[in-house]
Design a protein around this ligand. Structure first.
Ligand SMILES: Cc1ncc(COP(=O)(O)O)c(C=O)c1O
Length: 390
């Protein structure tokens, strides 16, 4: 048997994903016949809208089954450039400044590999989705800056200023946010721009949830800010808005000077995004087909907030976007890991411990409301019964 010593040293800092750990356990429970309520994974439960599926079937029938350009098919790049222009007020040249990737996950990985070297530091939100392992794989060090729950999870500028150093290469910003549901305010972007220019940073702006907004919240792309355009990589994808997580289709836009190193990394990762998914994405982007799903997410959010409100201690900033809530633990509980695992084992309700997303998630849970109102109710009926028995 091979020993642990055969893995590369950097693997000591690459943990098994905390989200996936729960998800794998759910798989095992379901294989054993258990009825698990999924509130752990950011995977919309809707089918992909039919016109999008039809576009993939038609591409399949037409023989689009081969490798494509590393940048992606030109029709999709044009669709993406038109979307950036229309929705985000950003001008990217579809031939030189757009890359289609295998999910936003790959867009983030190739951007990090292109700009982060051994010993470089990267400013990463705390809490945040799993950017830190990509930074570590590239040999860099993630340095966190807080998102403040008191301000609806706005980036804490004073912490950014304290934590930046002459080794800092990249600033990662995510809005709307996973795991908090926060949306970065427009005036905060002005300050982020000043900070990025002052410290000569490349900015990676992960905007994958841009279409999932509630009430009167607005999404503002960082690259639309004149000071940020030159230094920003805009990351997006179809997974979340169009319920296409399994199609593995993301993209990025950036000025040509930034694209150059990124495309060279991309040529050696997955070569090109799945061809059929690229054709489907041409139909999805700009179609408005996400709208009924966003309405459903709004109802789910409201129901979840009502149910959380009934449980003492579960305080939850109202999510403005994405499909995550980030409440504190019920009264009398302190350890989010113990809470999540006991709840899963005893009641088959799956959530993610907040600490998976960084130290500011200690004492919190991430609840994904990418599941129906009925399933949210089922989960909370079980939780209320379980808490009453403790
Ligand atoms: C903030 C954020 N960025 C990127 C991704 C990756 O999305 P994709 O399915 O396009 O790889 C996710 C998925 O959960 C996410 O939450």
């Amino acid at each position: 048997m091979l020993g642990q010593q055969t893995a590369a040293d950097r693997m000591d800092h690459i943990p098994f994903s905390g989200i996936r750990e729960i998800f794998e356990e759910c798989d095992r429970l379901e294989a054993a016949g258990e009825d698990v309520v999924h509130l752990e994974i950011g995977r919309p439960d809707f089918d992909t809208p039919k016109p999008i599926k039809d576009a993939a079937v038609s591409a399949l029938d037409s023989g689009h089954v081969h490798y494509t350009s590393n940048y992606g098919i030109s029709e999709l790049r044009e669709t993406i450039a038109a979307k950036f222009d229309r929705d985000n007020d950003i001008a990217y040249d579809p031939d030189q400044e757009v890359i289609v990737t295998t999910g936003a996950t790959e867009a983030i990985l190739v951007s990090v590999f292109a700009f982060v070297g051994q010993g470089d530091e990267v400013l990463v939100p705390n809490p945040s989705w799993t950017y830190a392992p990509s930074v570590r794989m590239a040999g860099g060090t993630p340095v966190s800056y807080s998102l403040d729950p008191e301000t609806g999870f706005q980036p804490d500028l004073s912490e950014l200023r304290e934590n930046v150093s002459d080794r800092t290469e990249l600033l990662i910003v995510n809005s709307p946010q996973n795991p908090t549901g926060g949306v970065v305010d427009e005036d905060r972007i002005d300050t982020l721009a000043e900070f990025a220019v002052e410290n000569d940073l490349v900015v990676l702006s992960d905007e994958i949830y841009e279409k999932i907004l509630y009430d009167d919240s607005e999404h503002h792309s960082l690259a639309a800010h004149p000071e940020l355009y030159d230094r920003t990589i805009s990351v997006n994808g179809v997974s979340k808005a169009y319920s296409m997580t399994g199609w593995r289709l993301g993209y990025l836009g950036a000025p040509e000077e930034l694209i150059d190193p990124i495309i060279r990394v991309r040529q050696y990762t997955t070569t090109c995004a799945p061809s059929l998914s690229q054709h489907a994405a041409v139909r999805a982007i700009g179609s408005g087909l996400h709208e009924p799903m966003v309405e459903a997410f709004a109802d789910r959010r409201d129901r979840l907030l009502e149910r959380l409100d009934r449980i003492p201690g579960m305080d939850c900033p109202v999510p403005s976007g994405a499909f995550y809530a980030f409440p504190t633990l019920p009264e009398g509980y302190e350890d989010e890991n113990e809470f999540v695992w006991s709840l899963l084992r005893e009641k088959n309700v799956a959530m993610v411990p907040g600490s998976v997303f960084g130290s500011n998630g200690n004492g919190r849970l991430r609840i994904a409301y990418s599941n129906s109102v009925e399933r949210i109710d089922e989960a909370f009926d079980r939780i209320e019964a379980w808490l009453a028995d403790q």
